[in-house]
Write a protein that binds this ligand. Structure first.
Ligand code: ADP
Ligand code: MG
Length: 642
């Protein structure tokens, strides 16, 4: 690494010498005249209104003030600096932690007709030369680089020789040791910036809200009395839910199999469980890829790209995956294991629904997750960190067990005290009409567990066998134990295996039954089982699955627009994306496509009114999409006529 950097620096030094002053003085070719921030928002990015916080931040930057923007994932941090960058006539340097992140931003900007570029370690010497030359001539005005690049001598010299008006630090929490992604090179940013010709405006952005991290960002980056804007942390389009399934794999399969082509992430706590989960998904015919620190760089990159380019639907990963993923159409994030704290959980779950459309964040809790998390924390060296670690873990466990609103639990954790007490849109707030009385079913299930143990002299069985017996199966494995002869055999014939599972899960969560840990957990009685069987207690269960966020949305959406059209436009997008070598969501987001399906634009004037369509995209894709929309309405008319 050290050697690489050295070589790189030599190369860049030579580049600097070679191009030296030859092309200076040509910059400013793209300044957007007298446009206002709103004009740029509309003309370049195709949006009509700012998201929360954007306008204020942009105004302060244009006034020459340092800013610190703390906004949730998907909150629209990029435009906060991209719009001012386009309104200035000097160069903006953006420091970003990962190549994939830079690539995504540059792709997205180029799609909108903005000349941006990044320099990274996988580029060839010639490519780097080319970018530096174009920055120098002013044809590139937004340059993305990693903080490590600032340590490369030649690059430092290059920076000192150009007019940098603004330095942006994206994912600024990486500068803080209190954050979850501390990156030492971030500490070099402030010294490097102090050596520039003129001190540029400094803008830092993060989604991490804790006070320690915020103060650290200001100190470590030496921001000068920055305008600090923290927008609300709520992500309204995310549906939060906690499940306590006995058989997590079954839950994952049931959930994912309903919409196998939709993009989603499954987080697991260990590499081994990544492997197991992925194998199971693949065997079930789902296009799933894996990501963890034990894989080669090549495989990780390939799998990540397959996911980003919609070639693989599901990413099964450890927490090594995700930073630097700006994929906007992730419809769900399922946690197969509980993370160690709410900070990580919200960060990971927050990768769902960046496009603002409904998305699900479901955590599958298992008692074993607590011991794993404890173990991982106990391995730490710093006593203070360990103490904080346990404290945070307890909060995480509380989240998994609370009966209250999950969203307000999270928002309270981040210090938003006035957060609504009930959101109406999380697993715990699902409306009361979803409650059903399962007292009788519960009695039948408990009796069956009891009778099965009785028949076999105390043996324990899993929920599959239990369901088979209750449904009156005559399968070999049922008869072997003589279960076809016990009184509870077939007493739930009219129920699906799925429902029996669901109620059994519910009983385990309520401690009416207990499931031991392991790959094939078995079910047994607890202290609450007998008292319940004696009667007198009524059990109401929430049928949660049906109310999960984006699935409910899909149901409600029926009639709002034609699904076939939606899929046709998505296919067109995929085709264009493949031709251009960019991720599909960079062409148009799902939200933009959904809007097209609703508003059915028929000419360019209507097309540019679709949010997410700016001048460049109108020019590039207007024709193809309008043609597809037109084909569809002609076809529709024909069908209606016949
Ligand atoms: P962050 O970096 O805060 O996670 P991004 O900058 O990647 O968020 O933006 C998230 C999504 O929101 C992107 O798809 C972006 O195009 C969209 N977006 C940003 N600003 C607006 C806006 N004013 N109106 C509509 N969509 C927006
Ligand atoms: Mg971002």
């Amino acid at each position: 690494m050290g050697k690489n950097i050295f070589l790189l620096s030599v190369e860049i030094w030579y580049n600097f010498k070679a191009f030296g002053n030859a092309e200076s003085g040509l910059r400013g070719a793209h300044k957007r005249g007298m446009e206002t921030p709103s004009d740029v928002l509309k003309n370049v990015f195709g949006f009509d209104s700012f998201k929360r916080g954007q306008e204020e931040i942009i105004r302060h930057i244009l006034d020459g003030r340092d800013v610190l923007g703390i906004m949730p994932t998907g909150g629209g941090k990029s435009l906060c600096y991209q719009i001012p960058a386009l309104l200035r006539d000097d160069i903006t340097v953006v420091l970003s932690p990962l190549i994939s992140l830079m690539k995504d931003q540059v792709d997205a900007l180029r799609q909108n007709g903005v000349n941006a570029a990044s320099i990274n370690s996988v580029m060839s010497w010639e490519e780097v030369q080319d970018v530096l030359r174009r920055v120098r001539t002013g044809s590139i005005r937004i340059l993305y680089v990693s903080p490590e690049r600032l340590e490369v001598d030649g690059f430092k010299d290059f920076l000192m020789s150009i007019d940098i008006g603004m330095v942006v630090v994206d994912e600024a929490h990486c500068v803080s040791q209190w954050g979850h992604d501390f990156r030492p090179a971030y500490l070099n940013i402030a010294p490097a910036v102090s050596k520039l010709r003129n001190r540029p405006i400094f803008a830092a952005f993060t989604a991490t809200a804790t006070p320690e991290v915020r103060d650290d960002i200001i100190d470590q980056l030496s921001l000068r009395s920055p305008f600090t804007k923290t927008t609300g942390f709520d992500r309204e389009n995310l549906f939060f839910q906690v499940e306590h399934p006995i058989d997590k794999m079954r839950f994952l399969l049931d959930y994912i199999k309903k919409f196998p082509d939709v993009s989603g992430i499954v987080y697991c706590s260990t590499r081994k469980s990544v492997e197991v989960v992925r194998e199971n998904l693949v065997s079930a015919g789902i296009k799933a890829v894996r990501y963890h620190a034990g894989l080669s760089d090549e495989e990780r990159l390939k799998n990540q790209e397959d996911f980003i380019y919609d070639r693989a639907a599901v990413m099964v990963a450890t927490n090594a995956f995700g930073m630097g993923i700006d994929k906007s159409n992730v419809r769900y994030v399922l946690h197969n294991n509980m993370p160690q704290n709410i900070d990580s959980y919200y960060q990971e779950a927050g990768r769902a629904g960046r496009d603002g459309l409904p998305a699900d964040c479901i955590l599958l809790f298992g008692q074993g997750d607590v011991s794993t998390a404890r173990f991982l924390i106990s391995k730490g060296e710093d006593e203070l960190m360990k103490k904080t670690g346990y404290k945070k873990l307890n909060k995480m466990v509380d989240y998994c067990n609370t009966g209250g609103c999950l969203r307000s639990f999270i928002l309270n954790y981040f210090g938003e005290r006035d957060a609504a007490r009930t959101c109406g849109a999380c697993g715990n707030c699902a409306s009361d009409s979803d409650l059903s009385d399962v007292t009788i079913e519960a009695m039948k299930i408990l009796s069956c567990v009891f009778r099965m143990a009785e028949r076999t002299g105390g043996k324990r069985f899993g929920v599959s066998m239990l369901a088979d017996v209750l449904r009156g199966s005559k399968a070999e494995h049922v008869r072997t134990f003589g279960f076809d002869g016990i009184s509870t055999w077939g007493i739930m014939k009219e129920y699906s295996t799925r429902t029996i599972r669901e109620i059994t899960n519910f009983l385990v969560a309520g401690n009416y039954l207990k499931a031991d840990e392991g790959e094939f957990p078995t079910i047994s009685f607890t202290g609450r089982s007998f008292p319940f069987l004696k009667g007198g207690e009524k059990l109401l269960m929430r049928r949660r699955e049906e109310s999960a966020g984006w699935k409910r949305w899909i149901k409600n959406r029926t009639g709002e627009y034609d699904n076939e059209l939606f899929e046709a436009l998505r296919a067109l997008r995929r085709q264009i994306a493949a031709e251009e070598g960019v991720p599909p969501y960079v062409i148009f987001s799902d939200k933009t496509i959904a809007h097209m399906c609703r508003s059915l634009p028929s000419d360019e004037a209507e097309f540019i009114n679709v949010p997410g369509v700016g001048e460049t995209k109108l020019r590039k894709y207007g024709g193809a999409f309008l043609a597809a929309l037109n084909d569809w309405s002609v076809k529709g008319r024909k069908t209606a006529d016949s």
